[in-house]
Ligand binder design. Structure first.
Ligand code: 3HC
Length: 271
């Protein structure tokens, strides 16, 4: 998601710094963005000049202190609350502009917990993109109980006017709008598969051919990432106790096995 979000920002004309955890992750993120932009050129959606300009607006670092002068930071670390909280605490230390906005792309975790890791909780909110970020038009704007109205309004205008995406307002509740509906659906599909009710191909064909979804739920879990689905389900189940969000055992076992979907080359399907 981080690479996709960085691509969207750079294509919108913004100066972007991508902070990764190590040089390998930085190189992989950069290669992913280059490939995606070059594919857009091949398809005639972008000219070479625009691609090179977008790439020129991106800088990569492993040092969080390089984010000191940023006006907006979007955290897109993996769905681990402790990691995200420590990133917010570090950002609070290094980002110097008191007006800067600190956002999280979390799928389902409470924004208020990240806000409370900083001394500026009113300037923290959720800005949730959808996979693949360069394609999906929606962005959920998630205000915590402490997010300032002007911060919410500034980010909402930024998402629509600068990024050209469609913002919707969501409450800081488990799964916000989309994942509150999507995660139970994906978990049900995986339960259907693990109980031997139907094959993955037929489950996917059912939702594509029967309900006109662009892809079926098993393939979509592979696209989103099995780890992301698992952590989103776990955090929603922990807070709500809703059995529809209880992570299926098959999902946990596959994540333990490193079968994370498209990003690892194998999930329910092979890539
Ligand atoms: N980056 C940039 N562009 C991409 C892309 C990527 N990673 N993947 C696909 N595209 C573009 C293609 O270039 C193509 O553009 P074109 O129509 O202008 O030529 C267009 O998207 C369609 O792609 P394809 O023709 O290759 O394939 P499909 O028609 O099968 O579309 C899809 C692929 C866009 C992924 C489509 O299947 C889809 O929309 N699937 C559903 C995705 C979805 O539901 N996402 C939400 C997940 S939930 C989430 O992310 C939240 C999280 O918190 C869990």
């Amino acid at each position: 998601m981080g690479a996709g979000i960085a691509e969207v920002l750079a294509k919108s004309g913004l100066d972007v710094i991508v902070r990764e955890i190590n040089d390998e992750a930085s190189a992989a993120g950069k290669a992913r963005i280059e490939k995606s932009l070059s594919k857009a050129v091949e398809k005639g959606k972008l000219d070479e000049k625009a691609r090179d300009e977008a790439l020129g607006r991106l800088r990569f670092t492993t040092n969080i202190a390089d984010l000191a002068d940023r006006q907006l930071v979007i955290e897109a670390a993996s769905e681990n609350e402790e990691i995200k909280k420590s990133i917010f605490a570090e950002l609070d230390e290094v980002v110097t502009d008191p007006e800067a906005i600190l956002a999280s792309n979390t799928s389902s975790m409470p924004i208020i917990r990240f806000a409370q890791s900083t001394q500026r909780p009113e300037r923290v909110l959720g800005v949730h993109f959808f996979n693949p970020a360069p394609v999906q038009p929606l962005v959920e704007i998630v205000s915590s109980v402490l997010t300032a109205e002007d911060v919410r309004d500034t980010v909402t205008s930024f998402v629509s006017d600068v990024l050209g995406k469609n913002p919707v307002q969501a409450d800081d509740r488990p799964g916000f709008i989309v994942n509150a509906l999507l995660i139970p659906y994906l978990c049900s599909a995986i339960r259907m598969l693990e109980s031997g009710f139907a094959t993955k191909e037929d489950i996917d064909a059912g939702m594509v051919g029967g309900c006109a979804h662009p892809m079926g739920p098993i393939k979509l879990t592979d696209l989103v990432g099995l780890d992301t689905c698992l952590y989103a389900a776990q955090s929603m189940y922990e807070e709500t106790g809703d059995p529809a969000t209880k992570p299926p055992i098959l999902l946990s076992r596959m994540v333990d096995a490193g079968l994370l979907g498209v990003k690892s080359g194998r999930g329910f399907y092979e890539y």
